[in-house]
Design a protein around this ligand. Structure first.
Ligand SMILES: NC(=O)C1=CN([C@@H]2O[C@H](COP(=O)(O)OP(=O)(O)OC[C@H]3O[C@@H](n4cnc5c(N)ncnc54)[C@H](O)[C@@H]3O)[C@@H](O)[C@H]2O)C=CC1
Ligand SMILES: N[C@@H](CC=O)C(=O)O
Length: 814
């Protein structure tokens, strides 16, 4: 004996019903089969709507009923050949007439009782099961249609009747013995009380009907046929990578179905679980797909978490007060008050201080719950023992489900870590001692992000999605996009990172594309983007609320740097090539670092010093391992090193500076390089990273530029350098005459920092510095005599972009 249940989508059209008939006929050839049928998709809702319209005195109910009738008649005509149509058409007509008579009565009385609504709703399953039966007849498949109301006995609580399992089991088994057939067709969802009045088993109750038949008949299997290929690891509407779970335990299925895996109505599990009857969830439209087998002990899969579930529309009610501590009875009264209002409690959590109890309820019950609880504790509220009930709405539950979680430590740590680094605030947590389910209450607007992050954490070792917003696509930024495009496949394959550029901006426009911009035509997309308004861009980033989001600043703009705090506060990581933030007031630098820590995200700026060279990372490694920095000596300007390496007193100094700019070494404003500001910023950042609270004004900057070079714009700057060619030649010749080289050197020691032009003797670490190279010498406790030296290209788009890239990967893997 086996039981097959077909859901609303499986019987929604004539072609779907034909598919059902094929499956059923094949099943009945193998074993005696009971087929339980749901109403056609959407019909139960339409019936309820018709009933409420009638009760409200609205004539539109007639239209709804006409539509229901037409839909069933059309399917019947498609399924059954004309010659034998009359029987089924008249059956449909009869049911539709009864529905209309009921609604007419409701319309006249202006009242729709739960009992009448049950009667009205029952027509959905009665009609659909008749259509399946008619189609079986048309295909000459022998069967018996039977009215479940003769077999399923319930109490008289209309709308949510409780099944009398003892009486029902007896009725079912006697019927099967008395009327043996190879195939039975019965309507799901409907039952009757002992007066014969129609009752229903709750929305989704057809699954339960099927499970009751399976339990009563000790079936070999129960199959639930639907429109998806089994229970999924997460809601596929939220998680595109969700996949079917091949095997799952009853307990896990129960947890998942309670928490949003809509393919199975929760009470279904109990009757089959108690007898260990295998329960299959299969796809009517892809019957060869494996589906999900729900069984006693599924084999281990390597995944500790079996699935993720989410329930929206949650309200959290918190009863708080010092008067509750140590006094028994508060929780009893709280739950009784809710029970009296028939409010279902979805989640419960109480702090060990006993100072508060929080319960999650469906948002539609929140106002009634609040009234009931405040009334129950009116006295305690009046005397200040407890606070009026605190109500929070727009919440949701996201839960991990898996029986194996109890054997593993660190699961909740990983869960909370993943949510925390994505700025998902957890409002409440519940975990039963069985450790099968860890539930978190979060803001409804974070559900999509949270569930995707958790899916990546627990199911997708090979693909963590990283969402980049790249602001500044000039010299360095466009190189970064090129490098990202080249490396995408490598990152996916070797690091398990799916890096997507979801936003790009320059000083005039921005473009966002939630599913990732094509990196070969971002320029066209940006040209058609919206005019840039930074607050709008930041709002849009917040509104997208994407997981593993990284904001990459490759501008030199103070306005862009001014956005970091707002981003870090929402746990969006910031990777900055721009030095403005870290070299602004100490308080700003310190606040941004603190925000990153507070909001569990990253603020990374390795390229602020030495471009792609690992200067800041090395310094941090020294400090973290307990070393102390005493002195730093460094050549930190790629531009100035290039200029003094190429200037020989023959080619004009200004021309060499123009070459450095053309080769992409200078700041967007080259005066910042030549006047020492860029180097001063860098030594300031190194001093701060070493623990010194310096300000820009504390850095002694001895400029080698004649003052007139800095009066006016960039073109005037070049003109003035040409005017002062003798000055530059003089500097050069004086150094060369002593066999020395000119280097612009930064120095930090004893809490003081300075930058300025120096003449360097042969043999010094800086003397042989080529091209645009930088060199940094760290003198520390451990590197006391011989400094730790970092040396290499310190400017240029390619190397800088690669440093930014490395910071992005650091943020992505955090
Ligand atoms: N060139 C190099 O070797 C290195 C550069 N950097 C830093 O990289 C940053 C960028 O340098 P480059 O690419 O050479 O400059 P660039 O001038 O070629 O590009 C700057 C980009 O920023 C955009 N931008 C400017 N103001 C903006 C605003 N308010 N909002 C949005 N976008 C804005 C521009 O439209 C342009 O796309 C600078 O902060 C520089 O200090 C850091 C290390 C080395
Ligand atoms: N303009 C800078 C580039 C990187 O910070 C330099 O020349 O070093």
């Amino acid at each position: 004996m086996q039981v097959l249940k077909f859901g609303g989508t499986s019987v929604a059209t004539a072609s779907a019903i034909r598919q059902v008939v094929q499956l059923v006929a094949a099943a009945a050839r193998r074993e005696t089969t009971i087929v339980v049928v749901s109403a056609m998709g959407g019909i139960t809702d339409a019936l309820i709507e018709a009933g409420y319209l009638a009760a409200a005195g609205k004539e539109e109910y007639r239209e709804r009923l006409r539509h229901i009738e037409t839909q069933h008649l059309e399917v019947a005509r498609e399924l059954v050949p004309i010659v034998s149509q009359s029987a089924v058409l008249s059956l449909v007509k009869t049911h539709c007439n009864e529905m209309e008579a009921i609604c007419n009565g409701v319309f006249l009385l202006g009242e729709l009782s739960a009992r009448t609504l049950d009667r009205l709703m029952s027509f959905g399953e009665l009609l659909s099961s008749r259509l399946v039966a008619a189609s079986l007849s048309a295909q000459q498949v022998a069967h018996r249609w039977y009215d479940s109301r003769q077999l399923l006995r319930t109490d008289s609580q209309h709308g949510f009747a409780t099944v009398d399992l003892a009486a029902t089991n007896q009725l079912i088994s006697r019927f099967i013995v008395a009327q043996p057939e190879a195939l039975y067709v019965v309507p799901g969802f409907v039952a009757a009380d002992d007066q014969g009045a129609t009752t229903t088993l709750g929305r989704g109750g057809s699954d339960y009907t099927a499970a009751i038949f399976a339990g009563a008949l000790h079936a070999s299997r129960l199959e639930i046929w639907t429109d998806v290929s089994g229970m999924m690891t997460a809601d596929p509407r939220l998680v595109p990578h969700a996949r079917p779970i091949p095997r799952i335990s009853y307990q896990e299925a129960m947890e998942l179905s309670h928490f949003g895996a809509k393919v199975l109505y929760p009470p279904t599990i109990q009757p089959v679980m108690s007898q260990g009857i295998p329960l299959w969830i299969k796809n009517t439209f892809a019957p060869t797909d494996h589906g999900t087998l729900v069984e006693v002990s599924p084999p281990a899969t390597g995944h500790i978490v079996r699935g993720l579930s989410s329930i929206g529309q949650l309200a959290l009610l918190s009863l708080e007060g010092s008067g509750m501590v140590g006094i028994p009875g508060f929780s009893k009264r709280l739950f009784e008050a809710l029970a009296r209002e028939r409010i279902n409690v979805i989640l419960i959590t109480q702090s060990s201080s006993e100072h508060s109890i929080s319960v999650g309820v469906n948002a539609r019950d929140a106002a009634a719950a609040q009234r009931a609880v405040d009334a129950e504790f009116a006295h305690e509220i009046a005397v200040g023992k407890v606070e009026p009930l605190h109500l929070e709405t727009d919440l949701a539950i996201v839960a991990l489900v898996g029986e194996n979680m109890k054997n593993h430590t660190g699961i909740s740590g990983r869960m909370f870590g993943a949510l925390g680094t994505n700025g998902v605030n957890i409002r409440a947590i519940a975990q039963g001692s069985s450790e099968k389910n860890i539930s978190t209450v979060i803001r409804a607007q974070d559900v999509k992000k949270a569930i995707n992050v958790l899916h990546e954490t627990f199911f997708e070792a090979t693909a963590k999605q990283i969402n980049l917003f790249v602001v500044g696509v000039g010299n360095v930024g466009s190189k970064l996009l090129e490098q990202l495009a080249r490396q995408q496949a490598y990152l996916q394959e070797k690091l398990g990172l799916q890096v997507r550029v979801v936003g790009v901006a320059n000083s005039s426009r921005f473009v966002l594309h939630e599913h990732g911009l094509a990196l070969d035509d971002w320029k066209e997309a940006l040209a058609q983007g919206e005019p840039l308004h930074l607050p709008t861009l930041v709002d849009a980033i917040h509104a997208r609320n994407l997981r593993n989001a990284v904001f990459v600043d490759i501008t030199a703009s103070a306005d862009v740097a001014g956005c970091y705090a707002a981003l870090l506060e929402k746990s969006v990581a910031v990777v900055a090539c721009n030095k403005v933030a870290c070299s602004s007031e100490y308080a700003t630098y310190a606040r941004l670092k603190a925000l990153a820590q507070e909001f569990n995200t990253d603020f990374l700026f390795e390229t602020n010093v030495g471009a792609g060279l690992p200067v800041i990372g090395t310094l941090n490694d020294l400090l973290r391992s307990g070393d102390v920095v005493h002195r730093i000596e460094a050549v930190l300007s790629g531009t100035l090193n290039f200029v003094f390496n190429h200037y020989n007193g023959k080619r004009p100094f200004a021309e060499v500076v123009r070459q450095a700019q053309a080769e992409g070494y200078t700041e967007p404003d080259p005066r910042l390089d030549l006047n020492g500001t860029d180097v001063a910023r860098k030594i300031l950042i190194l001093a701060r990273e070493s623990g010194e609270k310096l300000e820009m004004a504390d850095i002694r900057n001895v400029s080698f530029l004649p003052e007139s070079c800095l009066e006016g714009d960039v073109e005037a700057f070049y003109d003035q350098m040409a005017v002062h060619e003798d000055h530059f030649r003089g500097l050069y010749e004086a150094a060369t005459a002593q066999g020395k080289k000119l280097k612009f050197v930064a120095r930090y020691a004893d809490g003081k920092a300075s930058v300025g032009l120096q003449t360097i003797v042969p043999g010094h670490d800086f003397h042989a510095l080529h091209g645009k190279d930088n060199a940094v010498l760290f003198y520390t406790n451990r590197y006391a005599e011989q400094p730790l030296v970092i040396k290499g290209a310190g400017a240029g788009a390619e190397v800088t972009a690669s440093g930014v890239f490395a910071d992005i990967i650091r943020a992505a893997r955090a």
